[in-house]
Design a protein around this ligand. Structure first.
Ligand code: CTP
Length: 404
């Protein structure tokens, strides 16, 4: 495949400095990126930085390099336009169809997916003018990410922070992978996702755990938030992953803590997704002090069965609620992963089950994923290899169609 051609628009806000990292991520993952800063973006980051990192010239106005008609051609030839940061002013200009610089002109000629990652002060984000512009842009199919909450310039905190560059890159890749745009079809819905691996304490320093990184669950939470759902992410132990923007994160340690958190968050939710790797067993008792070796044979480890949280969520399912499970299967002499997945769907009673083949470097601790999506209605969809965000978006497609 040719390297996808990405236009990276950078508007004039202090978060412009983070666009350099986004640019590096996009080029390192094989994208051909042309940076289109606004004139005010260049007050924050010099053109030389963007030129060096992209290997391409940087212009802001429509009168540079006139013979190649860049204000028309750049947009027409792009596979994706990402604007990060998108300021209130840039979104206002884009919403009203202005073409007073190279970036806004290119936005008018682009027919590819367009992604805006906003960054501004909370008051600006919440202002009715900005709300109306965001709604208008979204109604035209532009994906406007929800900003992150947290420390803004100075001492203020609140929604308006630029989402993490890794997160913007993930959504950008998703838009290139999905031929269609990312629908905003979970607006008004509340969803709950579990992620990561539980840790079952043996003593204050040791535990029984598993290799789950939490990446698939985080991708589910991120993609749901970007489809405008209100999202609670119940996170057990994960790799070092940043909190997804606009997601309420509840941290848990053990399976029993996860069960309590999922029960509480699941009440009244439209959809519940168990992507966590829950330990099936826990030590009967955790020692209150570090277990010491004393030269004798260690005592056998006594284990107790953990509750099956997914089965409990199915039993407590409210009318209309969609419950989704995951199954990581290696296959064995009795059948392959799909065979085991079908049996698990029937046993667990959930509405949808994502079956991943695992082992040999598949699924765990890697960026990509593949599998099958099985429905209680007998449907079976193959999920082609792609990013975990792509798989997440296919799961939400199926959930959204069941909620509709
Ligand atoms: N699960 C859960 N509670 C558990 C174990 C698993 O909620 N105690 C959920 C997982 O989050 C996942 C699904 O059940 O969504 C399937 O997990 P898996 O470990 O594959 O299923 P098990 O029932 O443990 O089956 P197996 O015998 O294959 O281990």
């Amino acid at each position: 495949m040719n390297s996808p051609s990405v236009l990276l628009g950078v508007a004039g806000g202090i978060a412009a400095y983070k666009s350099a990292e986004l640019l590096r991520r996009l080029t390192e993952t094989g994208h051909s990126v042309r940076v289109l800063p606004t004139a005010s973006a260049l007050e924050f980051v010099g053109a030389a930085t963007f030129e060096a990192l992209s290997g391409k010239p940087v212009h802001t106005g429509v009168f540079a390099d006139v013979p190649s008609v860049p204000h028309v051609k750049l947009g027409q030839e792009a596979d994706l336009v990402v604007v990060a940061p998108a300021t209130a002013d840039l979104m206002a200009r884009a919403a009203s169809g202005r073409a007073d610089d190279l970036l806004t002109a290119s936005l008018l000629t682009a027919r590819c997916p367009v992604l805006f990652a906003p960054a501004m002060h909370t008051e600006m984000w919440e202002h009715p003018a900005t709300r109306a512009n965001v709604a208008l842009l979204r109604s035209r199919g532009v994906v406007v990410m929800e900003p992150a909450s947290g420390r803004l310039t100075g001492k203020d905190t609140g929604p308006g922070r630029l989402p993490d560059p890794a997160e913007i890159a993930e959504v950008a890749r998703l838009l290139l992978e999905r031929a269609d745009a990312l629908p905003q079809d979970l607006a008004g819905r509340r969803v709950v996702v579990s992620a990561g691996g539980t840790r079952e304490a043996l003593d204050p320093v040791r535990f029984l755990g598993n290799r789950s990184s939490g990446r698939q669950g985080y991708a589910l939470a991120r993609v749901a938030a970007q489809r405008c759902a209100a999202v609670t992410l119940v996170a057990a132990h994960t790799a070092d992953l940043g909190d997804p923007a606009a997601v309420d994160v509840v941290r848990v340690g053990s399976a029993l803590e996860m069960r309590d958190a999922m029960r509480a968050a699941g009440k009244g939710a439209d959809a519940v997704v168990m992507a966590a790797a829950v330990a099936d067993f826990r030590p009967v008792a955790a020692a209150g002090h570090k277990i010491k070796k004393d030269g004798s044979e260690p005592a056998p480890l006594a284990l107790a069965l953990n509750p099956d949280i997914l089965a409990e969520l199915v039993a407590a399912r409210e009318p209309g609620q969609v419950v989704v499970g995951f199954a990581a299967e290696t296959g064995d002499s009795s059948g392959g992963p799909l065979h085991h997945g079908r049996a698990k769907l029937a046993r667990k009673g959930c509405d949808l089950l994502v079956v991943n083949a695992v082992g040999d470097g598949q699924a765990f601790e890697v960026a990509d994923n593949a599998g099958w999506l099985l429905g209680a209605d007998g449907s079976e969809t193959e999920l082609a290899i792609g990013s975990k965000a792509l798989l997440a978006s296919r799961v939400w497609d199926a959930v959204a169609s069941r909620l509709a």
